[in-house]
Write a protein that binds this ligand. Sequence first.
Ligand code: PLP
Length: 413
Amino acid sequence: AEVWKQVPQAPPDAIFKLTAAFKADTYSKKVNLGVGAYRDNNGKPWVLPSVKMAQSALIADETVDHEYLNITGLPEFTTAAAQLIIGKGNPALAEGRVASVQTISGTGANHLGAVFLSKFYDYATLGGGKRQIFISNPTWANHKAIFNSCGITPVDYPWYDAKTVGLDFDGLTSTLKSAPNGSVFLLHACAHNPTGVDPTKEQWHAIADLFQSKGHFAFFDCAYQGFASGNLDEDAYSVRHFIERRSIPVLICQSFAKNAGLYGERVGALHIVSATKEQNNAVLSQLSVIQRSEISNPPAFGARVVTMILNDEKLWAQWQKDVREMADRIIDMRKRLHHLLTNQFKTPAPGGDWDHILKQIGMFSFLGLSEKQCAKIVNDGHIYMTSNSRISMAGLNTSNVEYVASWIDKASR
Ligand code: PLP
């Protein structure tokens, strides 16, 4: 019997479709600026030296076996991962108020966080009685899909201002004010995807003030710690600041895909900060129940690699260098692209100048071009990018940046 005849064909994922088109293209100068993965100056994936060292040590270690991890993951991993994002000296850790669970990278952390909220957040009395989460417009496309699939309705809040090609701070703060008390807001901890537009420290303080006065819940997604500034502590600023306020309820999704280059190994964690140790224990017990039915227990190898890096002095020093190297190369590409458009091509810019390329933070830059302009760059220039004019800065290198700038120029005239 044709039991699946009523199943409609789903559209392909935009990013993966773009990568397939790039691969099929035979043009020698083609460039892939779609995918959010780091590339070295030769356009190749980069296995971090710190990861290589940890990997070799693990493979040589005959005591390492393939037994199941705990339901909540490798304890040494979740402890070190929590310290990395929350800060070793943070009292929330010393007071036993952080429930940490190893997840299937950042996506899995978002999903586990969403399931936990859908089961346990007091939507009946908080957030105006609506099962919803406020997400930035725009955001990582998967956020909508993840929350929808867990029965939580994603609602946009303003983030990006097309006129200034920067943060719509007024739009953001007025939504924080007008949202029902106790609303859940998703925040990108740093290096906002897709815009590269982050608040300043002063703006984070003002945002935290509003969370505090409105009793909002902060759902942090941290996929790029270290990628924004090159400094792991600096990039954790927003998260740590919110936790220091004590009265803001906070949850953090953490990914090691980008900052450790462990994309396919799926290394991540979910951390939920509670007001008391008792609540924390209950939260952890329920996370464990959810995790058991979803994935039983998380994968071991990548978590072991990260644990080794976080706990070994030499590897830790090497990793900090590796993260800095990735961030610096990206920052250098921002400078080169900005210089080419501004000084060499004298390209007309959407907001008057191209300074947003320098100001934007992390792996992505939002050029501010129209869909039509992007289509020209893709179709005629063989430069693959999403139609919202997001480019992955990591896809640029010293050999292709001038070619890319020349097509941004052509499309802008
Ligand atoms: N959150 C954001 C904002 C992202 O950009 C990404 C990856 O692109 C993720 C989460 C999750 O990635 P992963 O599941 O590979 O850790």
